[in-house]
Design a protein around this ligand. Sequence first.
Ligand code: ARG
Length: 457
Amino acid sequence: MKLWGGRFTKETNKLVHNFNASISFDQKFYKQDIDGSIAHVTMLAKQGILTNTEKDTIVSGLNNIKTDIETGKLLIDSTHEDIHSFVEAHLIERIGDTGKKLHTGRSRNDQVALDMKLYTREELLEMKDLLNTLLKTLYNIMEHNIDTFMPGFTHLQKAQPITLAHHIGAYFEMFKRDQSRLDDIYKRMNYSPIGSGALAGTTYPLDREYTASLLHFDGPTLNSMDSVADRDYLIELLNALSTIMMHLSRFSEEIIIWNSNEYQFIEIDDAYSTGSSIMPQKKNPDIAELIRGKTGRVYGSLVSLLTTMKGLPLAYNKDMQEDKELTFDAIDTVKGCIVLFTGMMDTMKFNKTIMESSAKNGFTNATDAADYLVNHGVAFRDAHGIVGRLVLYCIEKDISLDDMTLEEFKAISPVFEDDIYESISLDTCVNKRNTIGAPGKDAMEKVLKIYKEYLNI
Ligand code: ARG
């Protein structure tokens, strides 16, 4: 059953077999392994290394194996070392000696490099789609909340008023960058390693360009040692996935804060919340917390692979087998988190009245009061001092700037006139801010148009 029994006289120790085997996890890419083999033998036949009849027999045998795995007729069992051995053994069992020609001009080193690339490439595209659905959900919230005022924070202290659309828009930008990071990785990784052999190419006249084109790569990789030893693209992917998780985690943290009894800015839908076994009143934001928590796990895979690769001499080393479980886990984790986060956002209720009244308190219009003075000839530093005194006065009286009478304003600075009220109203504070990227309605509408085009909706 082994691919390499020839030079051995003893059976492999059972524990060694188990320790060495990867079939429990690399069966995840049985489909890619078979597709890669089909492309390889198609090229071998074109080059006259196999006959067309041999190629056809092998291809149909491989296709049957694929169908049987998919329909559950053929179970992938762990007696084989890896998915490559499993497929080859079953091919030989089904089609006889012709099956033994499948591995001509190939090593498991370039084969596994190919399988992992094919798998990752598909997952990367799926990840982009999931991010797209999330972006559409965020766009939808933005479109309906251009006028929903809320406080913007720095240091988690109320700073200046913004809108919900503007706040959500910040995350739209982050996830849009995440998408483009995936695009970049795709472009860089999309070169085919197959045909590199164990490390030094092969003596057969392989047409690597042809195999690459059959598998929709942009071309073959250009150094056979690098081809079998490169895991950079996985490190880049894990970095991009870590960044997605970091963004989801920051957003989750805000959802948790907004959902707290103290804030009550939002209400998470019942379908996306959980209860407590002891406290009947509880409705907990577990999903947001779990997403925040799983971020550590994805960062862990990045650090893990970086550490595995550090110090590995060229070319292939078995250490690299460790790339699989952690990459699979990171991909599955991130996909799950994006889907759940999207559902949670899609069903969330926003308490607009509470958000707006929160924006009114906490002197979020203090900067605008200072700007008012500046527009009336006061130097900004002096204006800053005057408004500081206004704030102190209001804190003592437990009122907001808008509640002060004109006399009270004038007592602190005679520059104030009746138009101060309009100048520091929530509407002015937000909607006068119309530089590109600012929360003002005109500025937001322009950006939303760009986002609409981006999403092609
Ligand atoms: N399971 C191995 C891996 O994931 C496949 C390559 C095995 N190559 C070898 N020379 N032992 O890396």
